[in-house]
Design a protein around this ligand. Structure first.
Ligand SMILES: C[S@@+](CC[C@H](N)C(=O)[O-])C[C@H]1O[C@@H](n2cnc3c(N)ncnc32)[C@H](O)[C@@H]1O
Length: 594
């Protein structure tokens, strides 16, 4: 295992053996060369090829030559690469079916870390059917890896579209060709478990050491971020190649602060919070409060608003939580040399306890005293204050902007504002873009069992082929009281890829040029408070060059708000595939108004 302190995950490097004579000796020798595991044929090639021969000898070595721990930690097992259960000749087809089933069964019995199957070219229906039977039965910890050349995405794509969702299914990607940027990027949406480096892909540098061509170096370094391990093809110099791979790992582009912070949440789907319907817990507030960027943006926005409006003195923080934006308002007032009164309002009675406790504390050189802050326990929609505010400050944003009911809450809160008053934020906009992400889609439909729910998720193992576009927009205070929305956009994507749904972001204009954003192009630097929102579809859709139309509806009733969505593939003006409308009537995901 190779560890580098700059990256919070480890690199495992193994070696592929085309044949192996003494398993134990080869494993020992590889471990001595600092390799972590080896990849071996599950069955001797001679046996597979003469499968019709009546079995008078065991089909392969005994499982007791290694302990089950060694099988699991140190061995990947290859099935016979010629397996062809789609052969036109029924007899040969039946023979290969048998071989495939025997070998998968044997690999499962051994408990090897991964069972490797070569990706079929062309016909693959029967192959997919057999594979699916095993995937359906489920694997506890083992992986089934499809070994495929990086130039053969179409073969892998055709196979996985026939297989049901399974977290056990992954790719062993053979790096053997130079690809266009699009073809390389497209692989980032696939569950690449292993990067396979054949010896032949290496070139010698001027000192005679094996290195990868520049474009493949960059590609492999990007694939490390999928936490993939590496298998070196059969060769005589595995130590040297391992050394080079570790060098590449160590010298991959550094993680941003946001990547570092979010690392443990990469590709983990979470159900969105509902701060209006539920009372948030202490630990949740604590996580919010760890992000200084968000509160600095609020401080700057309030400060500029005070500077521009010398008459402003009453600030209402609606949805104050445990008080971080109240503190930002006090800091802004001090910077603007303005005496302000800050109302700290929340409907969560537990947050109110913290707010009252804060009243007795000193705070950054300013006395935190009753004259500066008033705590109010109320729902902002129903509170009737004695005086009105110059500024209403709120942070009611979810990953998709309006999914924590910012529009509905601020609609009611606008009566708290003086006619000359303003809202921070003044506008929130959400954005959408199509997304390819086998891993997050599989998580949604297997772990969560629903493609009718959007998930908060940091999509790392994902490919977003085009820039996002503006979807819904809400202004505060608003003049329009209807917050139902419909938006449809046709994304032109000429190169083939598979869509698994779409991703949502938001941008919120706090005041003037102070923008808080999780949209990649304008992301507030190092801000960690929100991950994007992933809207899955029930079945991935192969889009072979044309348009991907995404439609999103924001719907409401007296009790709830929900989204419905649809993804359609259109080519030459004709609909070729359609996801169907998701989450009809908010049957799976809705946001409660009470
Ligand atoms: C996303 S949290 C933000 C908390 C705090 N401002 C922060 O940044 O840590 C939203 C807060 O708004 C409160 N909230 C949501 N809807 C509300 C409403 N209608 N009236 C009053 N408080 C509300 C929640 O209880 C929660 O404390």
């Amino acid at each position: 295992m190779f560890v580098c302190k700059d990256f919070p995950w480890q690199l495992y490097v193994g070696k592929d053996y085309s044949v192996n004579n003494s398993l134990r000796a080869e494993l020992d020798s590889s471990l001595n060369k600092q390799l972590d595991f080896i990849r071996i044929p599950l069955v001797h090639p001679r046996y597979s090829q003469h499968h019709n021969v009546k079995r008078i000898q065991p089909m392969t070595r005994s499982d007791s030559c290694l302990s089950s721990q060694q099988w699991n930690n140190c061995i990947q097992g290859k099935c016979t690469s010629e397996i062809d259960p789609d052969h036109a000749n029924p007899e040969i087809r039946a023979k290969w079916e048998n071989v495939m089933m025997n070998e998968i069964r044997w690999g499962t019995h051994l408990g090897v870390n991964a069972i490797i199957l070569t990706c079929p070219k062309g016909q693959n229906d029967n192959f997919a059917r057999i594979l699916n039977q095993y995937l359906e039965k489920g694997f506890y910890y083992q992986k089934i890896l499809i070994q495929v050349s990086n130039a053969s995405w179409e073969d892998w794509n055709s196979l996985r579209l026939k297989c049901g969702p399974s977290t056990a299914l992954g790719v062993s990607l053979v790096i053997d060709s130079s690809l266009s940027p699009w073809e390389m990027q497209r692989w980032f949406g696939e569950p690449i478990h292993t990067i396979y480096l054949p010896r032949g892909v290496f070139i010698n540098n001027k000192d005679g050491y094996p290195i990868l061509p520049k474009d493949l170096q960059v590609f492999v370094q990007s694939l490390f971020k999928l936490k993939s391990n590496v298998v070196i093809g059969p060769c005589r110099d595995p130590e040297q190649i391992r050394g080079y791979v570790c060098y590449l790992f160590k010298n991959q582009p550094p993680l941003s602060q946001l990547q570092n912070f979010s690392f443990e949440f990469w590709d983990v789907s979470q159900i969105p919070l509902q701060p209006l319907m539920h009372n948030l817990e202490s630990a949740t507030y604590e996580i919010f409060e760890k992000d200084p960027v968000k509160y600095n943006l609020y401080e700057e926005a309030i400060y500029l608003a005070l500077k521009d409006n010398p008459q402003f003195s009453i600030i209402m923080v609606v949805g104050a939580g445990r008080g971080p934006i109240v503190k930002a308002a006090l800091r802004a007032s001090k910077r603007a040399s303005r005496k302000t009164l800050v109302y700290a309002l929340d409907k969560n009675p537990n947050a109110i306890v913290t707010l009252y406790n804060l009243l007795s504390k000193k705070y950054i050189g300013t006395e935190w005293i009753h004259e500066n802050v008033k705590v109010i326990e109320s729902d902002m929609r129903y509170w009737n204050p004695e005086e009105k505010a110059d500024i209403i400050v709120s942070e009611l944003l979810g990953s998709f902007g309006d999914n924590e009911l910012e529009p509905e809450c601020l609609e009611c809160a606008k009566r708290l504002l003086k006619d000359t008053g303003i809202s921070i934020p003044s506008k929130s906009i959400n954005y959408i873009a199509p997304l390819s992400t086998q891993k997050n889609w599989t998580n949604a439909v297997t772990n969560h069992n629903s493609a009718d729910t959007p998930y908060v998720c940091m999509p790392a193992n994902a490919f977003i082929p085009v820039k996002s576009v503006k979807c819904f927009e809400f202004e505060y205070p608003s003049t329009n009281t209807n917050y139902n929305r419909f938006y449809k956009h046709s994304f032109s994507i000429e190169k083939p890829f598979t869509v698994h749904g779409f991703v949502g972001y938001f941008e919120s204009i706090l005041y003037g040029n102070v923008i808080m954003s999780i949209k990649p192009e304008t992301h507030s630097e190092d801000m960690q408070s929100w991950f994007p929102m992933y809207f899955p579809i029930k079945q991935p859709i192969y889009c072979y060059g044309g348009n991907v139309d995404i439609a999103v509806w924001r719907c409401s009733s007296s009790e709830k708000v929900w989204y419905e969505w649809e993804v359609v593939f259109v080519k030459e003006g004709q609909m070729r595939a359609n996801s169907g409308i998701h989450n009809t009537n908010g049957k799976s995901y809705w946001i409660g108004k009470t």
